[in-house]
Design a protein around this ligand. Structure first.
Ligand SMILES: *Cc1c(COP(=O)(O)O)cnc(C)c1O
Length: 300
């Protein structure tokens, strides 16, 4: 397995819309950090692994859906860094052998399927205690690596950016990565989050809770979720293909494709000032494309 590419590259991208609007556009390529440990998942896992080591625990237990990038990343990182891994997977018996879970199994992750009802209990102390009794001495990471050390790792995304910029954009699931970015920018810089989920207005509160200094230099857009989490959108598929043809940058249909669509749309609507510099954080997620294609018969 190859080494981690940290800091991740910051790449200037040419795209006709940004050219027309006189915007400098850069992509922070966290998708290139590692071929199997996708982008922001490494950021969020890094200090969690450190924490597990400091507690002398050699097994990681975490949660995710059947196509979860976080599950795939945790399995791969566990293998690489010498941790046993246990994945508590939400329902979906039919997807047991999908590409994400097969890869996780190949990396040695023990998969444990639970009903949707049980999965909803995943943040309650009773359920976590039950899992600890069942699986022994485990370090538990919440779904998506959504905890304070996950935010701490994500702060390094912003700290690595060594050019002046005005806007930084990031896709949101749990909001952990975006919280880290918000914590790492200056007060004269602005962060825009793009929710990949529908009806998750509580995400704003989540980020406020992780925010270290209260400033009004960020917001989350809920306008570009395209039907909600992991739904099929032909519009997004077409966008991903044309964006790749124009820029060479691959995007995933669950998170980064929606964000990039949103950024291009905002640029078309003159949201960004002329002459400004916009950074798009590419959080990775490309491992999910195969599962998406298989599920929907798509050809990304
Ligand atoms: C998991 C994931 C996200 C969401 O990150 P959060 O920290 O949960 O908000 C965004 N993009 C990609 C590619 C992801 O895999």
């Amino acid at each position: 397995m190859e080494v981690f590419q940290i800091p991740s590259p910051l790449q200037q991208i040419y795209h006709p819309v940004f050219k027309e609007k006189e915007i400098k556009f850069y992509v922070k390529r966290d998708d290139l950090i590692h071929s199997e440990i996708s982008g922001n998942k490494w950021r969020k896992l890094k200090y969690n692994l450190e924490e597990a080591r400091s507690q002398d625990i050699d097994a990681i237990l975490t949660f995710g859906g059947a196509f979860s990038n976080h599950i795939a990343a945790t399995a791969a990182v566990g293998k690489k860094e010498g941790f046993k891994t246990i994945g508590i997977i939400r329902g979906e018996e039919t997807s047991k052998n999908n590409s994400t879970l097969s890869l996780a199994k190949q990396s040695g992750m023990r998969l444990h399927f639970v009903s949707r009802e049980d999965y909803k209990l995943k943040d309650t102390s009773e359920y976590l205690e039950k899992l600890s009794r069942q699986f022994g001495d485990v370090y538990i990471i919440p779904e998506g690596g959504a905890n304070t050390v996950g935010v701490k790792g994500s702060e390094e995304i912003g700290k690595e950016i060594d050019i002046d910029f005005h806007y930084v954009c990031c896709s949101l699931g749990t909001g952990t990565t975006f919280s880290g970015i918000v914590n790492s920018i200056e007060k004269n810089q602005y962060a825009i989050g793009f929710s990949a989920l529908k009806g998750e207005d509580k995400l704003t509160e989540v980020v406020q809770q992780f925010e270290k200094v209260k400033r009004n230099n960020w917001h989350i857009s809920f306008e570009y979720h395209f039907g909600g989490y992991a739904r099929r959108s032909v519009e997004i598929e077409d966008f991903i293909k044309s964006f790749r043809a124009e820029t060479g940058i691959p995007l995933d249909p669950i998170y980064t494709g929606k964000m990039a669509f949103g950024i291009v749309d905002l640029a078309k609507k003159d949201y960004f000032k002329r002459g400004s510099t916009v950074i798009m954080v590419h959080t990775g997620g490309l491992q999910g494309i195969e599962g998406y294609n298989n599920r929907y018969g798509a050809s990304l």
